[in-house]
Design a protein around this ligand. Structure first.
Ligand code: PHE
Length: 450
């Protein structure tokens, strides 16, 4: 068996975990959910979910991973041998696999749009909703793009923890933050942007319903990469002197900033281009932004190429760092459980995900008539994972750390064996024991009844 790897540095650990968190969920899914759920009020609920549920659950995952230094399934079995808790590990790895299968589809779109931007096709007067529809319903191109994207993810994962995951995250994350900053400034300077700002900043609390709250919880989990074994797996590569609370807050802060900044970038732009509506769904980023680039840089097309090219490149790379963590969650399990080489484990995961990914991609076109509960395969995967398995997984992780594990073990791990202080430990413990599980369960049950 190969020696277990570690992240080489603390900053590498933070950036890898932040790389997992920051992804399509921030730039593509978050604005879509904001648009569908009424704007500012949703954002307020979302921020509360991040602070009071997301970060404590992340800390729990961190401590489970680092304490056991194993993949998620083994981690639960080690801490609770011979019990049903193991199933939470199984659910985590399973859902990571499912999410990766559809994640590569949208990631493939970003790759396509990147190529289009560089080729100049995005800087033309076209109807971008038509362009988008033609593209996603095409049987070949999106599939090809998803496969190419999966290939990239595969190569990095096969290289291993330090020279693959860590190295790549350290390179990409600072670039990503920089470019989002530039885009926000551009977007604000567009005419009509103030209406978009109002949509983001003036909460209408009458819009908050059970389903809005469930969406916010689901989005918080999704965006922070919780309950799918990713952060647990990454934490198993943390060094023993990595401070878990500080790391969790750092990751939460980076992730939330990117999501909110994306909102601030996208909505003012959406409102300034009136042919697009805010609840355009998954097409928001792929229909609105090309129009925006086109209008904003009409006079200086080369700047448009540069900006749109950079935007889609970075969106793709953000997706890549997230896809890496999903892949690693499953790969680490195979590699450690069946004692096979990393390369072989990675190949199994890649091929299996590619197969499902092709089906997800086709569900936009050729197979769009195959639906279950009114959802195509892609929507079904997204719904089941983010609205069912993730919230349930969150509850189980809280119950596990709050009630099953020995309090001393938890405190010991969070304070690195008592060598560093964690002032908010009591608050954390109270949240994972009572607040988070009850809150998630309440929202979940309400949705089931409704
Ligand atoms: N958090 C990622 C995002 O925001 C998505 C993701 C989910 C990544 C689960 C890893 C695990 O896009």
């Amino acid at each position: 068996m190969e020696k277990r790897s570690n992240f080489g540095s603390k900053i590498g650990a933070v950036l890898a975990a932040a790389g997992s968190a920051v992804g399509l969920g921030n730039v593509w899914r978050f604005p879509t959910e904001v648009g569908n759920n009424g704007g500012a009020a949703f954002i307020v609920v979302y921020l509360l979910c991040i602070a009071f549920i997301g970060i404590p659950v992340m800390l729990s995952e961190f401590l489970i991973g680092r304490h056991t230094r194993a993949n998620t399934i083994t981690a639960f079995s080690k801490l609770a041998p011979g019990t049903w808790w193991r199933l939470e590990g199984v659910a985590g790895v399973f859902v990571a696999f499912i999410i990766l299968s559809y994640y590569i589809v949208v990631s493939g779109w970003t790759l396509f749009y990147f190529i289009q931007s560089v080729g100049g096709q995005l800087m033309a007067d076209r109807d971008y909703s038509l362009v988008y529809n033609d593209f996603v319903t095409d049987p070949w191109m999106p599939v090809l793009m998803a496969l190419a994207f999966m290939g990239l993810t595969h190569v990095i994962i096969a290289r291993g923890v330090q020279s693959g995951i860590e190295r790549f995250s350290k390179l990409m994350m600072p670039m990503l933050l920089f470019i989002i900053g530039i885009l926000v400034v551009c977007s604000f300077s567009m005419p009509g942007s103030s209406e978009g700002l109002r949509f983001l900043l003036k909460p209408d609390f009458s819009k908050i319903t059970g389903s809005v709250v469930l969406s916010a919880v689901g989005q918080a989990f999704y965006s922070l990469s919780l309950a799918m074994g990713c952060l647990c797996t990454y934490a198993s590569y943390f060094r023993s002197d990595t401070r878990l609370p500080k790391t969790a807050m750092g990751v939460g802060a980076i992730d939330t900033s990117v999501a909110v900044l994306s909102g601030f970038f996208i909505f003012p732009a959406v409102f300034s281009v009136d042919s697009v509506s805010v609840d355009a769904g998954p097409g928001l980023v792929f229909i609105t932004l090309p129009s925006v680039f086109n209008i904003a840089f009409h006079g200086v097309p080369w700047l448009g190429y540069v900006f749109s090219g950079l935007f889609y490149l970075l969106l793709m790379l953000a997706a890549l760092t997230s896809a890496m963590s999903l892949h690693e969650s499953v790969t680490a399990y195979l590699l450690e459980t069946f004692s096979i080489s990393r390369k072989r484990a990675a190949i199994i995961v890649s091929v299996a995900c590619m197969t499902l990914g092709v089906a997800c991609s086709l569900s936009f076109g050729m197979w769009s008539h195959l639906t279950l509960f009114g959802m195509n395969l892609f929507e079904l995967f997204d719904f089941v994972s983010s609205k069912v398995i993730l919230p349930l997984g969150g509850i189980i992780i809280c119950l596990f750390t709050g009630w099953y594990l020995d309090r001393r073990l938890v405190e010991n791990e969070l304070t690195n064996g008592g060598t560093v202080r964690f002032r908010l430990f009591r608050l954390y413990y109270f949240i994972v024991r009572y607040v988070a599980p009850l809150a998630i369960a309440g929202v979940f049950v309400q949705e089931l009844i409704a």
